[in-house]
Structure formats: C-alpha cells, structure tokens
Design a protein around this ligand. Structure first.
Ligand SMILES: Cc1ncc(C[n+]2csc(CCOP(=O)(O)OP(=O)(O)O)c2C)c(N)n1
Ligand SMILES: [Mg+2]
Length: 658
C-alpha cells in the first residue's frame, strides 16, 4: 500500500491516523460488551474503517452523509459524543431513537447524518432527494451515500443511480465491496468484474478505490467532491475491501476461505498505515500508545455516563404521540366565493394553489410536466412553475418516493403522483418502511403527499382499477385521505400538503369528470380526520367513502321510504370514530359500504369498533357490503358483478326491514 501523497503534511497524516484508530478501538470495546450481553447486535466494520473515515473527511461538515451498518467511522468523524452512540446501542433514552430502533438505524440533523433502514436500498434514493434539494437551492454541496455490494443487487440501486444521472444530481454513490453479503460471495451476487463498470450503463463517471488505504480514499474522494461541488453530477465509487468478521457477530465466518482471510488480514488499514507513519518517522511508538490510551479513556468515560443513564420507562401516551408530527392547520383562510368545479378541476386547482403557497414545493411523477399527467391534472403547471418544480420522472416509483423523503429532510415539501394507485406496489417499501416510521424512529418529518388515482367502474381491468387504501390504513405513521366531492378534494388536498406527515391521497378516477359542485375558489383547507354527515336520518347509518358515497346517495334517492344517515368518512386514517359512534347510537342500525373487496378492508375494522363501543345501541347485526373477493375484471358485465354497487340496494332494504 502506498501512503505517500504530495498534498499531505505530517499533521494531516497524524490526523488521519487518529481518526482511523477511533472506530477500531470502539469496536474492540463493543465486542467485549457484546460477549457480556450488554449490547444486542454488532455489525463489524473492522478492516473497512478507512472508507468511512476517508469519505467523511472529504466532505464538509454541513454536507449530508448516509451511512450503512458498518460505517461507525462516519459517526465518530462527525464528532458525535460517544455516550450518545453507546446509549443508542443500549436502547437508552439519551440515544437517538428513545429506544425505538437499534444500532445505526437513526439519523441526526445536528450532525447531518441520515441513517439507514434495514432494507438497505431506499437509502440511495433518499440521497437523490437531498442532493436534488441542494441543486434546487443552488448550493454547492455533495451528498455521500453508502451501500454494500450486496445492496447493489436491489432495484433501488438501479433506480437511484438512474434518477441521479438523468437529473445530474451531486451524489457520491459509495459502494463498499467487501466480498460478502451475509454469506453470499460476490460471485453469487453479480456477474460482472467490477461494480464500478455499471457506471457506464447509467452514463455516470465511476472510480475504483483501494478501500483499505486511508490516504487514497481521502485524497481521491476530496478531489471528486471538489469537482462535483463545482460541476454537479453523480459519481459511482467502488471501494475494494473485505469483511473480516461475520455479517454480525453471532453469525461467524465459517464459509470464508482461510486464504482470503489471511490475505486481507495483511491488508489491515490501521496496522499498515501505522507502519508507514513509523517508517516515515512521522510518529513514534510512544505517540501511538498515547493516542490509543487517550481514545480508550474517552471510551471508558462515556461508557460510564451511558451506564448511569436509567433504562427507559415505557409511556404509552408518548409512544402514540410520536408516531406523527403535531401540527395545526393554517388558520388565515377566509374563502368566500364559490365557482362550479369538476372533481378533477378541484384537485388541479388545489394543487396549483399549494404550489403558489409553498414556493419551494416540488411535484414529481411520470409524464406530469409538458404532457400534463395522464389525467391532465398538472396541465399547464410546467409553464407556470418551471421544470425544476414540476418534474417528470423515470419509471422508478421506489426511488422517487425515497427522493421525496430526501427533499423532506431538506425541508422541501413534495407531492408524488402515482400514475395509477395500482403502481404504488413498486414504491411500497419506502412508504411503508421509511416514510411511515421515520418520525417515530428519530423525529424526522416525512412531508410527502402521494396522490393515488384509484378505483373501478372505468373498465380498466386488474391493474388500473384497484382501490388499495387498505394496504396503508394498517400502517401507523401514514395518513389516508379519500374525498368524495370536489369541495372536499380541494380542501383536503391543501390540508394534506400543509400536514408535515406522509399522506396517501386517494382520488377516485370515476369521479374526476362525473362529479361537479360549487367549490371555494380561493385557497382553503379542511381538517383531516373529520367525517362529514351528508344526510341525516333516523333508521339506518350508512358509512362509506369515495365513489361509494355516490352509489349510496343514488340508492337512497330511489328509496325515500328509508330514513338513513350518510356518513362520508373523508379520511380513513385518522378515522373519525366519534362521528361513527354518534350516528350509530342514534339510528341503531349500520351498513358499511366499501368499494374494495371485503376481507381486511376498513369496513371490517369499523364494524369491530362499533361492536366494541355501541353494542347496546344496536338493533340489528352490523352489515358490511363490499366487492367480490377476486381481482377486478375488465369486461363491463364482470366488473358490474364484481362491484359492491349493485349489491348495496338489496342489503340496505334487508337491514331496513330487520
Ligand atoms: C431487503 C432486504 N433483504 C435482505 C436483508 C438482510 N440483509 C441485511 S444485510 C445483508 C447483506 C448486505 O450485504 P452488503 O450490501 O454487501 O453489505 P455488508 O453487510 O457486506 O456490509 C442482508 C442480506 C435486508 N436487511 N433487507
Ligand atoms: Mg458486502
């Protein structure tokens, strides 16, 4: 290993060496604590420290780094007090997650570190979003994101690199190729010589760096970072290194050939550098001992502090409160004048007014710019707000949702349009695992609205007709809004955008051009979580939402003899339980109508809630009416048979006569 470099003074070398030592000595201590059962899991980075340290040193302190599970050096190099790290690993309240997540699964805006989620890949798209924000703000800054070579097999890697290249984002994609992903060797992970070769496929500059040589890592990364700040673009960097211990400490290394271990032991980044510093007479053995004992006493002192910290006292109320960021709606709104709008116009106008209100807000989606989106909701937006804020995306749902998360980390609101709500499956992972959980985990907001054009009745078959709200109402941390009228759609969309929490906003396609009413022209928002009593009655409560509201009203129009209340839920999460219970207690009979197929839909939970809270008030069994338990068919005759719409009238009459 060659450690000579013209740009480095003796002081620079010593500084690099001391930084390199720190994660090594902390790890050695952690391995002891692990054996004593004091920490739960440990992912060792021994032998790979030069990468985390070199990359972090090459960046400015205000530039974001997104590390992975072996990158302790990122955390030490950013100067996080060790007791906070130890507390994090021991699940104490003065860690970074109040005991809610383990090891390196946290971020901190204070140190500009954005930690991973277990799923590895989403980290890369989040870096895209952070870098996009720098670019939009005209800041000369790079963002560095880490992944192992195993993680590069995930679709997220492909999507994130593709987006970064198409948008020329200043991201340094740092791949630590350490030979294994858990027990899987590189030969079973990918079939090309170097991961760096993939850069060409993305139209991206790439480099191979000797990952165990701190001087090479630091000087090359510094040079690359300087160039990228001036000339924003993504760069793929493959660091050749090796994982010297098990995937995590309990899993061992039996499957690793001994020769490989022996070879890489000789490539140790700390020992080789130490030798160079001694031979160059930059440092003496006494100095080395002094550095080591200084770090060891720092470790011991901080461990004492962590050990004194009391264990967490579980507080159910606090746990529930922290799932969402608290906020209050903008109160300065006095809309007065109404004009007639179709459902689709209301959404378009609402979106446009939010773009005017929030000057940095970004909209992203497929074909939404010049083309105006497949439903033309964003028609004319690009002329008004420009291509920076109205962004066509490649077909990369997952990394776009992750990028929206990155924008939120940089305090920029965004709205992501799913072309059809069905396609959200391709972006499900970051929604369910990143956006939904990030506030609870480490207090970071995910200020993202995902627009979901959904629903059947348009003869579009199994992949363009689903109403998939139940996939999301299950997940704490998300809000799920589902308007049925133009006025609600405009006001609730504005509220969803004001809200700093992640909101899935369902827009029924069949309503887009079929429903119209007078709507406030000026900006206004409607509080999320409040149901709307559309019609009062005495005999039956009809609970429903979305297009089914109109099915119910249509039937009731035909059956004036039935005195029914119609409760339009408007929001499924949070759910207005008070409105539900109040109405059911008044009428004593309830029918819940949902467009989705029956099992596991929101109607089931509402039914359970009513039976738990209103049992004594019920005069008949609770009835759920939903669509058939099949995928949604294409042919009109089959779709009609599938939908709950035609079944509702009979069930309503039956309940009325009960
Ligand atoms: C989506 C997903 N699949 C599988 C896993 C389990 N898992 C965690 S780390 C890991 C190996 C990662 O290998 P690599 O990216 O090379 O990183 P390294 O551990 O070698 O640093 C696996 C399979 C996971 N966490 N997430
Ligand atoms: Mg690996």
């Amino acid at each position: 290993m060659d450690f000579k470099h013209h740009s480095l003074s003796r002081e620079n070398h010593i500084d690099l060496y001391r930084s390199l030592l720190k994660p090594r000595l902390i790890e050695e201590k952690m391995l002891i604590l692990l054996r004593q059962g004091k920490i739960s899991k440990w992912f060792s980075g021994i032998g790979q420290e030069a990468i985390a340290i070199g990359v972090t040193k090459a960046l400015n302190k205000e530039e974001y780094i997104l590390p992975m599970h072996r990158n302790l050096g990122v955390f030490t190099e950013r100067g996080i007090p060790l007791y906070r790290l130890f507390s994090q690993w021991q699940g104490k309240s003065n860690g970074f997650t109040k005991g809610r997540d383990r090891s390196f699964h946290f971020g901190t805006q204070e140190y500009k570190i954005i930690g991973m989620i277990s799923h590895l890949g989403p980290q890369l798209g989040v870096a895209d979003g952070i870098a996009l924000a720098h670019k939009l703000k005209n800041e000369k800054a790079v963002t560095a994101v880490f992944t192992g070579e195993g993680g590069t097999s995930e679709g997220d890697f492909h999507e994130a690199l593709n987006i970064a290249s198409v948008w020329q984002l200043p991201v340094l994609f740092c791949v630590e190729n350490n030979g294994y992903g858990l027990s899987t060797p590189v030969s079973e992970q990918f079939n090309c010589e170097h991961i760096a070769d993939k850069g060409k496929g993305y139209g991206m500059e790439s480099h191979i760096i000797e990952g165990n040589n701190i001087v090479e890592v630091f000087t090359k990364m510094k040079e690359i970072a300087e160039e990228v700040r001036e000339n924003p673009r993504p760069v793929l960097i493959e660091f050749k290194t090796f994982r010297r211990r098990g995937h995590e400490e309990a899993s061992g290394t039996k499957y690793v050939p001994e020769e490989l271990m022996d070879y890489w032991e000789k490539q140790d980044p700390v020992e080789n550098y130490e030798l160079f510093l001694l031979e160059s007479e930059f440092i003496t053995r006494e100095e080395i001992s002094k550095f080591k004992s200084d770090i060891k006493s720092e470790i011991n002192e901080h461990l004492k502090r962590t050990n004194k910290e009391p264990s967490i006292e579980p507080d159910e109320k606090l746990e529930l409160e922290d799932v969402y960021q608290q906020f209050t709606l903008d109160e300065h709104q006095k809309p007065s004048h109404k004009i007639e709008m179709r459902f689709i116009d209301a959404i378009s106008k609402g979106l446009e007014q939010s773009m005017e209100k929030y000057k940095t807000m970004v909209i992203m989606g497929q074909d939404i710019a010049e083309y105006g989106g497949v439903f033309k909701i964003t028609d004319g937006f690009v002329e008004k707000f420009g291509k920076d804020r109205v962004r066509n995306t490649p077909i990369c749902e997952s990394a776009i949702v992750s990028a929206a998360m990155g924008l939120s980390i940089q305090d920029i609101k965004s709205v992501v349009e799913m072309q059809f709500s069905d396609f959200v499956t391709s972006g499900f992972n970051p929604i369910a695992n990143y956006l939904a959980k990030v506030h609870y985990r480490w207090g970071q907001k995910a200020d993202v609205v995902i627009r979901m054009p959904c629903g059947a009745g348009v003869g579009a078959g199994p992949f363009h007709s689903q109403t998939n709200e139940a996939w999301f109402t299950k997940i704490p941390g998300l809000k799920v809004v589902y308007p049925s009228s133009p006025q609600d759609a405009k006001g609730l969309l504005a509220a969803a955008i004001e809200d700093p929490n992640p909101v899935l906003f369902f827009e029924h396609k069949a309503l887009y051009r079929s429903i119209r009413e007078d709507v406030y022209e000026d900006y206004f928002s409607i509080e999320i979580g409040k149901a709307n009593l559309l019609k009062e009655g005495k005999g039956i409560t009809v609970i429903t939402f979305g297009a089914a509201v109109h099915w119910a009203l249509e039937v009731l129009e035909r059956c004036p003899e039935i005195s029914a209340e119609v409760l339009d839920l408007r929001s499924l999460s949070p759910l207005d339980e008070t409105a539900i219970f109040t109405s059911v207690k008044k009428t004593g009979k309830v029918i819940i109508l949902q467009e989705d197929s029956l099992f596991g839909g929101i109607a089931s939970d509402i039914s359970a809630l009513i039976s738990e809270h209103c049992f004594e008030y019920l005069d008949a069994p609770i009835k759920r009416v939903a669509s058939l338990s099949t995928p949604i068919p294409f042919a009109k005759e089959l779709e009609d048979q599938y939908l709950a719409k035609l079944k509702f009238e009979n069930e309503l009459k039956r309940l009325n006569n009960y």
